[in-house]
Structures are given as C-alpha cells and as structure tokens.
Design a protein around this ligand. Structure first.
Ligand SMILES: Cc1cc2nc3c(=O)[nH]c(=O)nc-3n(C[C@H](O)[C@H](O)[C@H](O)COP(=O)(O)OP(=O)(O)OC[C@H]3O[C@@H](n4cnc5c(N)ncnc54)[C@H](O)[C@@H]3O)c2cc1C
Length: 459
C-alpha cells in the first residue's frame, strides 16, 4: 500500500484534517493548484469556532477583526452597532502554508499541479488515478470543494436547497479609507437599480453587497446571491463592477484598486448534510457540505477538524472503513442542530422575502428596537449558531408580534416546506415532541379548545 490516507484537495479542509492525521499516518495530499497559498476566498472566523475547535494556532494568521456591524438598504434600513462577539480576519495566504508546513514536518507528501481523475474501491484499498500517476491507499478523503468530482462519481447531490454565489475582490485604497474604519463589516447593503423590481426577492435575482475593512489600506468587498442555482461568474463580475464603479452610495470605493479577485459558490448546509460517506471514502469541507446555512464553511472546518480527525484516526486504527461507520464521524449536538435549523429558516426567509420585508427583518435587530438592547447580540448569535434556548424563545415571542404571520407564511415556496420538514424530522423527534406533549397536557388540564395567534384560529 502506498499510503494510509490520500486527501484530494489542499484547501482548508484537506490541509487541516491532514495536519492532524499525518501525526500518526502516512498521508498524501494532492491538489490541481500550483501553489499551496493559492486561494479565491477570504475568511472571517468567530472566536467561538476557534475556541470550540481548540484551534488557537490559526490566530497567528489573523490580523484585526470585526469591530462594527453596519447595514444600509435602498429602502432606508440603516442599523449599526459595535461588535459584541470576537471575530478574526484570517489571512488565507498564510493559514494554508501553515497547515502545509505541519503536514510536511510530519513526513506527509503534498503533490501540487496534480489533478484527481478517478478512483476505484477494492476489498482492502482504493486505487486513485491522477494526472501524476496512480496511487493506492487504505482511505480516500474527498476535500476537493463544492464542485467535487468524487461526489459526482457517487451521484451524491445537494437536496435542492439554495446556493450562495459570491464574487468580489480584495481592494486597496491609495487615498485612505475615507469614511470607513478598520474592522467595519457591512452586513447587508442593497441598491435600487440592481433589481428588476424593488420587490424582487434574492432567490429571483437581487444581489447584496458586503465588505470587511481588513486594515488601513485594504478591504474585502463582494456581492452575493442566494438562489436555487449557481450564478455564472461573468454575470457576477459585470454586476460587481457596476456596483463598485457606478453606485453613488459606494463613493468610499471610488479610487480603490483591485488587488485580487475572490469568488466561489457553496450550497446551504443543513443539520444532516454532512452525513455523506462511501465504503473507504469520506467527504469533508465543502465536498462534505460542512457549510452552515449562512455559508461559513471555513469556520465549520476550524470548529471541527481536530474532533473529526481524532474520530477518523480511531476508525482507521480499528480498520473500520465501511460507509455506515464513516458517515457518523461528524456528530452535531442536538443544540447545534437546532441552531442550524433556525439559521436555515432564516436563510429561506432571506432568499424569498421582498425588499421591504428584509428591511423589517434588519430593523428587528436595531439597538433598542423590537428586541430591545439585546437586538445586536441576538443577530450575532443567530449567525454564529450560539443562541441559547432562552434567546430563541425570546426572539420567537417578539417575532410573532412584530411580523404578520400570514405574510411570513406566504414568503416560503411550497417545495421548500417539504425540504425543511425532512430536516425538522429528527429535531422534532428529539426536542419538539417533548414540547408538544407539554402543550397537549396544558390543553387537557385547562380544557382549552382553540387558540388565536395573529388572526389565525388553531382549533
Ligand atoms: C468568496 C468567499 C468568501 C468566503 N468567506 C468565508 C468566511 O468569511 N468565513 C467562512 O467561514 N467561510 C467563508 N467561505 C466559505 C469557505 O471558503 C469554504 O467553505 C472553504 O474554502 C471550504 O474549504 P474546502 O477545503 O472544503 O474547499 P476549497 O477551499 O474549495 O478547496 C478545495 C481544493 O480542492 C482542489 N481541487 C478541486 N478539484 C480538484 C481535482 N479534481 N483534483 C485536485 N484538486 C482539486 C482545489 O484546487 C482546492 O484547492 C467563503 C467562500 C467564498 C467563495
């Protein structure tokens, strides 16, 4: 056997998991790119994920972090607050070589300019064909990203959720930051003329702009779409160029120069989307749909690579290479699953709501707004998957009063209910059934026959 493990893909997932496995195993990492630091992404990571993954070493590749959150829509929503949680801007060109150095110092081999072509699983090994030759291994790890050829070979499809399509650039400001400050994070900026109609939902076309001011010279600025399909790169480039160069409210970017293009696509992950494996083949990172619904796939890697590698190492040492075993190596807690579900429902809302409804959603989090002083923190906790049960109850109580339920129910397309129901099933079994039993016993004792919520009659 040539290797214990072959990893296809030297992105953050492949290199981080490989850096752990190579402490004990003979590892080969292959990637079609020419340089280990090549990367079309830029990463923001919540400290909670660094702590959760015991991955403090990546902070040596961090510079600054978010200090202010901002929003600005053409409809007039303009919410700002000082960041309450801690976040890092991770330098992608440093963190990838950092993991690569660990791999190599552990004796692993990294073969760049090497395209994965095919693989065949036999009784006790996998034969991997690449542009640089054929290798045998006990286990193949697919870390080749959102467009994985291995996932396609096994016909593993995403379940028809939404795709985040992202296009932007690292830009430099020769004349300074204008009115912006290091650490500003524009969460949500929209423009009237990037829309066929003001009421068009994101799922039907409207892009949103975000930016992060990385240091006193540089920003990462990008547009993103949230649709059922991936948006073509050329189309995104055209729209991005228009926004950056012609939108009046982007005056601060007037003289900026493009340093590096950034782009990519990822599907909205769910509670069980990471449960993919085949005999002697595992899938990690974007190839394993390790994306939270809001697309923080790098943060998911940071939070999970050490735990995942430890579980995988135990399986390899026990010769457990069957699909049924490998599929369970990532275990999300019921609490994390419920957070993912809430995030998923929010993402469905973001994709399908009209611009005025989204303005209403943004205003929900305004400091001193409908959620009171807790608004900003609840927004940060929502997107970092750290809401407590009490936070969720409080938010739901306020949201039911704040939104018209009938309006909300019309937002989501019917086919999405079924997709969500499938996800909810397991959570319902674990958590909500208890709640329902409790509710039924209250009805029984109080002999309540009907309830009215926001004009709805639940008889
Ligand atoms: C523009 C953008 C911004 C983002 N910002 C954030 C953020 O702020 N925070 C966050 O947490 N997440 C963010 N993400 C998500 C994050 O980048 C991804 O989830 C993460 O990169 C996934 O890592 P990966 O290793 O699984 O895949 P990738 O990073 O895609 O790496 C896959 C590797 O496999 C290689 N490969 C592919 N096919 C083959 C083949 N056939 N043969 C050999 N090699 C192959 C590729 O060259 C690549 O190096 C962002 C994504 C994008 C697109």
């Amino acid at each position: 056997m040539d290797y214990d493990v072959i990893i296809a893909g030297a992105g953050p997932a492949g290199l981080s998991v490989g850096s752990e496995l190579s402490k004990e195993l003979k590892v080969l990492v292959i990637d079609k790119k020419e340089k280990i630091s090549d990367c079309h992404r830029s990463w923001l990571v919540p400290d909670l994920c660094v702590q959760g993954g015991n991955a403090q070493e990546i902070t040596q590749c961090a510079h600054n972090g978010v200090t202010h959150f901002l929003t600005k829509t053409f409809g007039g929503a303009c919410v700002k607050w000082d960041a309450l949680l801690k976040y890092y801007f991770i330098d992608e060109h440093k963190v990838l070589p950092m993991w690569g150095d660990i791999l190599e110092s552990n004796g692993a081999k990294i073969l760049l300019g090497c395209l994965y072509q095919d693989s065949e699983v036999e009784q006790d090994k996998v034969i991997v064909s690449t542009s640089e030759g054929t290798f045998t291994t006990r286990l193949l790890i697919d870390a080749s990203g959102y467009n994985s050829p291995i996932r396609k070979k096994y016909n593993i499809m995403e379940k028809g959720y939404y795709w985040w399509s992202v296009y932007g650039a690292i830009v430099e400001f020769p004349d300074g930051l204008n009115d912006m400050e290091v650490g500003d994070y524009m969460l949500w900026q929209t423009f009237k003329d990037t829309n066929a109609h003001v009421d068009t939902s994101m799922a039907h076309g409207r892009p949103v702009l975000e930016y992060e001011i990385l240091d006193d010279k540089t920003a990462f600025v990008f547009i993103f779409y949230l649709r059922k399909n991936q948006v073509e790169k050329d189309m995104m480039h055209e729209e991005f160029d228009h926004v950056l160069r012609h939108e009046k409210s982007m005056k601060n970017y007037e003289n900026c120069t493009i340093k590096e293009w950034k782009f990519g696509w990822y599907p909205m992950g769910g509670m069980n989307s990471q449960k993919v494996a085949e005999d002697r083949v595992t899938f990690i990172g974007d190839a394993g749909c390790w994306t939270a619904p809001c697309g923080w796939g790098f943060s998911f890697v940071v939070d999970n690579y050490k735990k995942y590698a430890a579980n995988l190492l135990a399986s390899i040492n026990n010769e457990q290479f069957d699909k049924c075993h490998l599929v369970n190596l990532i275990q999300l807690s019921v609490r994390t699953k419920s957070q993912v579900l809430i995030d998923q429902i929010t993402t469905h809302f973001l994709a399908n709501a009209s611009a005025p409804m989204l303005d209403k959603f943004i205003n929900l989090f305004e400091p001193g707004g409908p959620l009171g002083d807790k608004g900003p923190l609840l927004c940060e906790k929502l997107f970092t998957l750290t809401l407590s049960d009490d936070d969720v109850k409080f938010m739901l109580k306020v949201a039911v009063k704040y939104f018209d339920l009938r309006e909300l129910m019309h937002i989501m397309p019917h086919e999405d209910y079924f997709l969500l129901l499938e996800e909810v099933k397991e959570y319902v079994e674990a958590e909500v059934l208890d709640g329902l039993h409790e509710l039924l016993s209250i009805f029984k004792h109080k002999k309540i026959r009907s309830v009215h919520i926001n004009g709805f009659d639940f008889s």
